[in-house]
Design a protein around this ligand. Sequence first.
Ligand SMILES: [Zn+2]
Length: 65
Amino acid sequence: MVILQMSKGEPSSKFIKVRCPKCKNEQIIFGKTASVVKCLVCEKVLAEPTGGKTRVKARVLEVLE
Ligand SMILES: [Zn+2]
């Protein structure tokens, strides 16, 4: 059995560009993540989900809409 999940575009769904506070790597992450986002270079946690919202633990450089 195949279950299709249709994800409706939510207004709050944005991409944000952040800079890793540890290694200065710039990375674009989804603004509303359901899982922990780590830096691709040093694996520092950049964002983590907290009750439906995303807590960004890195410096936000830009919000892309
Ligand atoms: Zn890093």
